[in-house]
Each structure stands twice: as structure tokens, then as C-alpha cells.
Design a protein around this ligand. Sequence first.
Ligand SMILES: CC(=O)[C@@H](O)[C@H](O)COP(=O)(O)O
Length: 256
Amino acid sequence: MSQKLKIADKEFTSRLFTGTGKFSSSKLMKEALLASESELITVALKRVDVQDEEDDILSHLNHQHINLLPNTSGVRTAKEAVFAAELSREALETNWVKLEIHPDPRYLLPDPIETLKAAEELVKLGFVVMPYIHADPVLCKRLEDVGVQCVMPLGAPIGSNKGLKTVDFLDIIIEQSNVPVIVDAGIGAPSHAAYAMELGADAVLVNTAIAVSQNPIAMAKAFKMAVEAGRMAFEAKLAPRSEMAIASSPLTSFLS
Ligand SMILES: CC(=O)[C@@H](O)[C@H](O)COP(=O)(O)O
């Protein structure tokens, strides 16, 4: 049994966090997310109708083991992010927020300056801040200094399914971090998720690769298993690498 992950006051058995976008129906989304056994599920505040008590997306996520993580996707500045977080705290009764500020719709890359500014403000306002950022080890330390509860560096641009293009920097972030590291975005296959976990990431967040798969329910299960396998391998400690071949069985006394 793998160690539990603690973020702020919550403990998680599952290290697979999931997103709610791009599913072809709410029913399929619900079934896939249940199959993933994810306990932290992010939902874009812009997709929630706070006036409607029967809001479709929320009613499908109303399960005992599911914690909602509102995200600020769609905002362009720190000021807008703080406003969105305050709205979500009011509407969804949670002080957890996934801070996403990506002003450029082409690459959806996070703005590091606005993100740091917003994180500082949100921490002061009592939020549990989970910032989505580029895989920048210096920024991660600066965010840690202002009091975020984890960092969420990207593997590749959102929705690109390209995998861990930032692996050398993720390695440094994981080595230096005093808060959980959650690899977010661009994870396109269960093997990418397993790789992130083997590196020592504390969790991964996956949306597109599950939602747009031909069979999201089976894919959610595959990701669940990959994350568990990767974490187990990390805890078991991977065997050291060698430049030279090292025979697996003795080479002396062969056929003598
Ligand atoms: C849903 C979310 O919060 C995003 O960060 C993003 O959608 C995750 O990235 P992928 O869609 O590439 O998995």
C-alpha cells in the first residue's frame, strides 16, 4: 500500500487528479471519473452556473470521496484570478483553488509573474493555492516561499498529449521541493503518468488524455493503474543506471 498524499488538511489515497473538460457527455464524465478513483477533481469555474442548484456538472460530481478543486481557467491577470477564486469560495464552499493564469490562447502557457502575484494574495486571503506553472524550478521555490500548498508544473502544453517534455526541470523541481509536486498538463498516455510518478512526482493531473480517448472509462482505469505502478516503483527505489552492460547471470565457467 502506497503512502497517502497530504495537501493542506486533506489526505489522498489516489495520486491521480483529474479534470472535467472535453468529455462528450456528463454521464460519461461521471463514469470515467469514478473509474479513475480520483479524489480531487478540477472544474473550471466558468463552466459552473452558480445560480442553478441543479447545475449539471456539479450534480454529476456529488460523491462522498470526490473533492472539488475549482480552477481559474479563463482569467488573464492576477486581479481576475483573485476575483474568480473569491467567487468560487462563495459558490462552491471551498477555499481550495487551482490557480491558472494563461493569457495566450494559442499555447495556454501560464504567466509566471501574474501567477506569483495572485498566489501571494490568495494565500493571504486564506486559500489553499495550487498553482499551475511552467516547469521552472526558481518559480517553484518563490511560490513555496509565499505559502502555496503544492506546485503544479506542466509536462507539456495543455491538451497536447506530448508527455514529459520538461523532464529535466521536473527532476530539479522534485529534488528541491518542500511541498508536493503535481505534474499537470500534457500527459497523454498512462506511460507518461507512470514516468512522472517514477521520477518522484507526488501526483499527476490528467484531463484530455482520458476525456478524448475512444473509451474514457477504460482509459481512466489504465491511468489509475499506471499512477499506482509508478508510485510503487518510486517507493521501491529504481535500480541504478549504468553506461556499460552488466551481465544478469555470471559469465565465468559458462559450459565448462
Ligand atoms: C483541467 C486542467 O486543470 C488543466 O490543467 C488541463 O486541462 C490538464 O491538462 P491536460 O488536459 O493536458 O491533461
